[in-house]
Design a protein around this ligand. Structure first.
Ligand code: MN
Length: 465
């Protein structure tokens, strides 16, 4: 079911019935135009609100309706903002202030006082904006004629962020094992994260997963292995190891369906009862929208799930990543991003090959994984860090590029990128801000999208490059 964003028009009782009827008619026409262009959410006209009681009632209804993810407010006429205080203090969903007008151009030959009194958002929206600023609402603002492509894009980007914010408030993260021993950046305050982001982050014994894996029927595992062989290039004769990952995929999916989890973590240091580290299985789960963070990194797992939700319907890939190694050729520096196994299929630019190789750490059997070269294009690498005094989102602007040469012996999928504006300044700022080695990389979202989400979460957002 499509989520809803309400279009609310601000006015007041002072205007005569004729002006208010016209405001209502224009607002409905505008909403229908915007809704017809909306790629994912339904934009629905709420009505024109004219006093404190109506605004308060609107806020309560929006808060209460599970399907509504946010509101758009526009003041067609003047709407004295003291009447908005009670309702805006009550509203707990994202708001976009649309500073626009029903008419694009001024009718110079016919304009009279009646026209000015009906079309005064230049005036009314400033009054409304003042109270939003005074209440420190962190709301988004879109400016310009509502039919302009740039204005529509901002409305729909807001709607996607509002939908991701709603998703975030309902997100459960399953943790198998704790964080990798001694690692700092993957730690954090899970209680504060639930207060800020809504994330319910809880642990599940790896033994429970091992039991779930043992319950997977042989025929189901064989059928899924056959599906792998159809979709990817089988570059191994060790089908038993591949089938083991098929069991993990089936078991993890069942586990997550049962507990309602949308993201998970594991760690190679705690795999008791499992033969391999989940590799191919994790790559497949990420492709179905499940967030993942390695080594117990629940912040990146959850952020990945939220960003994948926000990126739905947009072209490009989004998923878990790690800055691994560099090509430091002067003025042409590149980052090689990968992980031990778990590189998202969303980054595949070549047909993935199924390979089985020994993993040097963890002391388990050689795991199957999907290996491929990465996509290209402008993107972002995003890190969510806990600085002790609160969370901070760090966004690096990057450009994914073709790897300069084939890497035949590298047994994992990889992407490569340039740090913007240049390697030295970008990496220096990242390190100075305390950014992690784990990130969520996306070529579907941009820094503005992340700033919008950070504002909804009410956390600082640093953009680099
Ligand atoms: Mn890692």
């Amino acid at each position: 079911m499509k989520k809803t964003v309400y279009f609310v028009t601000g006015s007041q009782d002072l205007y005569g019935a004729e002006t208010l009827r016209q405001a209502d008619k224009n607002s409905l026409e505008m909403t229908e135009f915007i809704n017809a262009k909306s790629p994912r959410v339904k934009i629905e006209y709420y009505g024109t609100v004219k006093n404190s009681e109506q605004i308060f009632k609107m806020a309560r209804e929006v808060n209460f309706d599970e399907n509504t993810v946010g509101i758009i407010v526009w003041c067609h006429t003047f709407s004295p903002a003291k009447m908005w205080i009670r309702g805006l203090k009550e509203l707990n969903k994202p708001m976009l202030h649309l500073h626009t007008q029903f008419n694009e151009k001024l009718p110079y030959d016919t304009i009279d006082m009646d026209f000015m009194n009906l079309n005064q958002s230049a005036h009314g929206d400033r009054e409304f904006g003042h109270i939003c600023a005074r209440l420190k609402l962190n709301n988004e603002i879109a400016v310009g004629f509502y039919k302009n492509e740039s204005v529509l894009k901002r409305i729909f980007d807001f709607a996607a962020a509002a939908e991701a914010f709603d998703f975030s408030n309902n997100l459960k993260i399953a943790r198998f094992g704790d964080n990798m021993r001694e690692v700092a950046v993957t730690e954090g305050d899970k209680v504060e994260a639930q207060i800020k982001f809504g994330w319910q982050t809880n642990t599940y014994g790896i033994g429970g997963l091992a039991e779930e894996i043992a319950k997977v029927g042989e025929s189901d595992a064989i059928a899924l292995t056959a599906e792998y062989a159809r979709l990817y290039e089988m570059k191994t004769k060790d089908l038993e190891s591949v089938k083991e990952q098929a069991k993990y995929e089936i078991a993890l999916k069942r586990f997550f369906e049962r507990i309602g989890a949308g993201a998970f973590t594991d760690t190679f240091e705690d795999l008791y009862g499992l033969k391999q580290l989940p590799g191919l299985a994790t790559q497949r789960l990420m492709a179905s929208g499940i967030g993942f963070g390695a080594e117990g990194d629940w912040k990146t797992a959850a952020l990945g799930a939220v960003m994948m939700k926000m990126a739905e319907g947009k072209s490009g890939g989004t998923g878990f990543m790690e800055d691994y190694t560099y090509d430091l050729t002067e003025n042409d520096e590149l980052v090689l991003g990968a992980h031990m196994l778990e590189v998202p299929l969303a980054f595949a630019d070549t047909k993935p090959k199924i390979e089985v190789h020994t993993l040097g750490i963890g002391g388990k059997a050689a795991p199957a994984r999907l290996v491929f070269d990465g996509i290209r294009g402008k993107g972002i690498a995003v890190s969510l860090v806990d600085m002790g005094v609160g969370f901070k989102l760090i966004v690096a602007c990057i450009e994914l590029v073709k790897q300069p040469k084939p890497m035949q012996k590298l047994p994992v999928a990889r992407i490569m990128w340039k740090i913007l504006p240049n390697h030295a300044d970008g990496a220096r700022e990242w390190i100075r801000e305390g950014g992690a080695h784990h990130t969520v990389v996306s070529t579907a979202l941009n820094a503005d999208d992340m700033k919008m989400l950070a504002a909804m979460w009410d956390i600082p957002c640093v953009v680099i490059g």
